[in-house]
Design a protein around this ligand. Structure first.
Ligand SMILES: [Zn+2]
Length: 128
């Protein structure tokens, strides 16, 4: 099955222009939204990682044992265990290196660009 990178770019623009913007999304979110087979995980991952610093900010996110979203850290930063707080569900001290997921946020540049494009599409065409 082929992967449409154009469609991935379109979905990213839509998510970035969402109000509020969709944040902390995973490679799996992209795969399932576009019905892409999990076999292509690595390709989509590499495609997203190439946008690092320009359109996307990859982060590692800690999950509590109930899989609630927790604190995020930049991919290259060490996880500072002093910055980990208890989860809202009551789980305390939940850091587990096996329960860390890769998530992506949008850069401010990409968000404002996506918003601008969205406004342009909505603006009625000038006549005459
Ligand atoms: Zn929790």
């Amino acid at each position: 099955m082929s992967v449409s990178y154009t469609e991935i770019n379109e979905i990213l623009s839509r998510w970035a222009a969402n109000d509020p913007p969709i944040e902390d999304f995973t490679v799996e979110n992209v795969l399932s939204t576009l019905n892409i087979s999990n076999d292509r995980y690595e390709d989509v991952l590499r495609f997203l990682m190439n946008k690092e610093g320009f359109e996307l900010v990859p982060l590692k996110m800690l999950l509590c044992p109930e899989n609630h979203k927790g604190k995020t850290f930049h991919l290259n930063d060490p996880i500072n265990e002093e910055e980990i707080y208890d989860c809202w569900c009551g789980e305390e001290d939940y850091y587990n290196p096996d329960n860390v997921v890769l998530v992506f946020n949008f850069t401010d540049d990409f968000k404002s660009d996506a918003l601008k494009k969205k406004m342009n599409i909505r603006r009625p065409m000038k006549v005459g």
